[in-house]
Design a protein around this ligand. Structure first.
Ligand code: SIN
Length: 337
């Protein structure tokens, strides 16, 4: 090799090895099942935005909303296989991984969104975030959707009205027991299938939040809604322990701070959606909305509450007690009612 060419090769090699090796960008695929207009959909985009601002070149978040990538049945398997790195399913969908999160499905346990916040921010709620860690799932935070309402193609005013009706439920044994307690026929089904199942009559009714009822257009295919507020739809932002542990410590710290910030916004969006989406559905005039008198509400409580005893060992009597304490506290004013 002529001497000049040899020099050139040596210079190039020494330059290449003197550069610090560029770390590969970490890609976080975030798959969820709601539309981008829901509190969860907005929060996922906000998380992506903050990661782009603060960790550009180091971490990137790709968001796949609306069951575009995986539906309910597939998403947790995909997370554990490392095909995605982030999801925020309803806590009702983790029965295969932990029975503890069934707490959030107990009918009439959480009085309102304030009680949910009080519990999830408290010691018991924070400890419960780790309930699926032995299955390789790491809870990173709770995200709210809101209180659930009942619907069918007939008024549901007393529990008797639900008898024999087929209700779609999320994959939760507690929700199954809740509907069986009123003599109804619960059917576990993915969120992405509910609209079609309602419009073709495969199922008669469903339970969900105003946000999901609006964004998935369930109000267009159900003649009657009952403002029952009988349960809560709460999410867990979840990753795999393996993925989380593979992240450098400084990235974990930055991501944890971002998640805290996003969670605060997500709660605000959820509270706003609960109000605005209900108003939207009323204004549409497409369906009837019924409120319950105290006496009617008491009948639903009496019919469904025995489910608590049935699942007490699974979810922990101490956790039920902690939620009940929260249900008596007005978190905003921090005073006992
Ligand atoms: C969701 O809000 O993620 C879906 C809830 C459901 O399956 O009903």
């Amino acid at each position: 090799m002529p001497i000049m060419r040899l020099f050139a090769v040596l210079i190039i090699c020494s330059l290449a090895f003197s550069q610090p090796l560029m770390a590969k960008e970490i890609v976080i695929k975030f798959s969820h099942v709601t539309t981008e207009k829901t509190p969860k959909g907005k929060a996922a985009k906000y998380l992506q935005e903050l990661v782009t601002q603060r960790l550009k070149g180091k971490v990137r978040v790709d968001v796949y909303p609306n069951s575009q990538l995986y539906n309910d049945k597939e998403v947790l398997k995909a997370l554990l296989l490392g095909d995605i790195q982030l999801a925020a399913p309803s806590l009702s969908k983790f029965g295969k991984y932990t029975k503890k999160w069934g707490l959030f499905d107990l009918p009439f346990l959480f009085k309102d969104a304030d009680a949910v916040a009080c519990f999830t921010n408290g010691a018991k709620g924070q400890a419960l975030l780790g309930a699926a860690s032995d299955k390789g799932l790491k809870g990173l935070g709770y995200w709210l959707n809101g209180m659930k309402q009942l619907s069918a193609n007939k008024p549901l005013i007393t529990p008797d009205n639900a008898k024999g009706e087929k209700f779609r439920i999320m994959s939760s044994d507690v929700l199954e027991a809740q509907f069986k307690a009123v003599g109804a026929n619960p059917q576990k089904m993915s969120f992405s299938e509910v609209y079609n199942a309602l419009s073709t009559g495969v199922i008669d009714g469903q339970e969900n939040t105003w946000s999901n009822i609006r964004t998935k257009k369930f109000f267009e295919v159900q003649s009657d809604f009952t403002e029952s507020n009988h349960g809560v739809l709460e999410y867990v932002l979840v990753t795999s322990t393996e993925f989380w542990n593979s992240l450098p410590k400084d990235i974990q710290t930055e991501l944890s701070a971002i998640i805290k910030e996003v969670t605060l916004k997500e709660t605000q969006w959820a509270l706003e959606a609960a109000r605005a989406d209900k108003e939207f559905i009323i204004a549409s005039g497409r369906t009837n909305i019924h409120s319950l008198t105290d006496a009617q509400a008491a009948q639903w409580v009496a019919a469904m509450k025995p489910v608590w005893k049935q699942f007490e060992d699974n979810v922990g009597a101490d956790n039920i007690k902690a939620v009940l304490q929260c249900s008596q506290v007005n978190v905003v004013s921090n005073e006992r009612e």
